[in-house]
Write a protein that binds this ligand. Structure first.
Ligand code: NAD
Length: 415
């Protein structure tokens, strides 16, 4: 790890990437200047703790090819597949603010939605598909990236079809229902020589960057305990989330996955085992097909434990780390905006940013500059493998080893 940089990176299976650090000394100076403005201290003499309060997400500048694209005004075309709540409420609006990509196409089975989106986002007829015509997207040069925003059980099929159509893919979380499906998705993208990333928006969010930095750098000493909790009251407005129709829902896959993610990138390690138990079912009619909630624990090789909790019948939203010399955390932690952070030394002074805009521009930057994404398919597969282990632990009551899961981490300081 290079202590002089605040760059995020992906490390895979004991192989260190040879890619150069992309943070420029100018952006480092800019970061220090902003940090010193926040605290009124000189940048050079800024104490480590004070620096920890400043956002460093802006220290990831676009690559040279992106700067050229910005100048020429050419944006990569994104097609959203599935125009449900997330596309409508978040991704469509985010794509109006992206700098390197734009909403160019849609895939929907509902003609009324197609009409509405065409008008709202000025999408030409030739870039509108339904699920039967989807594969023809292969012949459409306007579409560079296909973003899968379908119910979880459909992620694998449509990601694979998009890769076969020769497109880069962003697939929403959870990547798929099973780890073999994840492997097929990774293989399909590799075969097509296209990139695959998962919609892990919080990897592009400065409060979460700060959690990564404080935890991984051990700014407050070794992290010994992590608490990660995410729950929502799930109504039957998206029936598949409660296991109806196409199924594939449940709180662990849907919102508990953020606890897994948060614990792992705060610690900067992958757990070696997991234990878990299902919550008592208080509404048997509603929770006939999916779990009502779960407690699960992640054990790390250095003795650190992450206590995680998720539910479809409660409300909590937090990520917190207890370290040898203090604590730090976020609450709310996983929302689209309004995140708040605090440490044992005081409140974090960090701006909320448009998460999905940053996420999609970061992926476009990877495509334009042929860089690896910090949230690749392998990370999605790691989490699906961990989810499988958590379900096994809850069903058997045993501790389940996770030593063989994909070893992919988003680490601060190395790329
Ligand atoms: P949703 O149910 O509102 O949308 C799903 C879309 O898929 C709908 O437009 C629906 O018409 C379409 N669809 C096509 N075939 C279908 C079928 N056979 N059955 C049901 N729907 C079908 O769901 P959503 O909340 O938009 O979630 C979609 C995906 O996005 C999920 O994988 C979810 O985990 C993910 N998501 C991610 C975030 C995030 O913060 N990253 C937030 C919300 C949702």
């Amino acid at each position: 790890m290079n202590p002089e940089t605040d760059q995020l990176c992906v490390m895979k299976k004991n192989t260190e990437s040879k890619l150069p650090l992309i943070e420029s000394s100018a952006s480092r100076r800019d970061f220090l200047r902003r940090a010193s403005l926040v605290f009124g201290a000189s940048a050079v003499g800024l104490p480590a703790m004070a620096r920890s309060f400043a956002s460093f997400s802006e220290t990831q500048p676009f690559g040279a090819a992106s700067l050229e694209a910005l100048q020429s005004g050419r944006k990569l075309g994104v097609a959203l597949v599935g125009l449900g709540k997330y596309s409508e409420g978040q991704l469509g609006p985010a794509l109006e603010k992206t700098q390197l990509c734009r909403l160019a196409g849609i895939v929907t089975g509902t003609p009324e939605k197609a009409e509405k989106w065409k008008k709202k986002y000025n999408i030409p007829d030739k870039n509108v598909y339904d699920y039967t015509t989807f594969d023809r997207i292969a012949d459409n040069p306007d579409i560079d990236i296909v973003y899968i925003v379908l119910p979880n059980t459909m992620h694998a099929e449509y990601s694979i079809r998009a890769a076969k159509a020769g497109k880069h893919v962003i697939c929403e979380k959870p990547m798929a229902m099973t780890s073999p499906e994840c492997q097929q998705m990774i293989d399909a993208s590799k075969k097509a020589n296209k990139k695959l990333s998962i919609g892990y928006r919080l990897h592009f969010e400065p409060h979460h960057h700060e959690m990564m930095r404080l935890g991984q750098r051990e700014v407050y000493g070794k992290v010994n305990r992590i608490t990660a909790e995410n729950a929502q009251k799930q109504e039957n407005d998206t029936p598949w989330r409660l296991g109806h129709g196409i199924g594939g829902g449940g709180p662990l896959r849907d919102v508990g996955i953020y606890c897994l993610q948060g614990a792992i990138y705060t610690k900067g390690k992958i757990p070696v085992s997991v234990t878990a138990n299902f919550h008592k079912v208080t509404d048997p009619e509603k929770f006939k097909r999916v779990e009502e909630g779960m407690d699960f624990q992640l054990q790390f090789d250095d003795g650190t434990v992450a206590d995680c909790r998720t539910s479809y019948n409660d409300k909590y939203n937090k990520l917190r780390a207890e370290a040898a010399k203090g604590w730090f955390g976020l609450e709310p932690a996983y929302e689209y905006s309004g995140l708040k952070g605090e440490t044992s030394q005081g409140k974090m002074d960090i701006e909320n940013v448009p998460q999905q805009t940053r996420q999609m521009d970061a992926f476009a930057d990877c495509i334009l500059n042929n860089k690896e994404t910090t949230v690749p398919g392998e990370m999605g597969m790691r989490d699906v493998q961990l989810i499988e282990a958590i379900f096994r632990a809850a069903k058997t009551g045993n501790k389940v080893s996770t030593k063989d899961v994909e070893q992919v981490l988003d680490l601060v300081g190395r790329r």
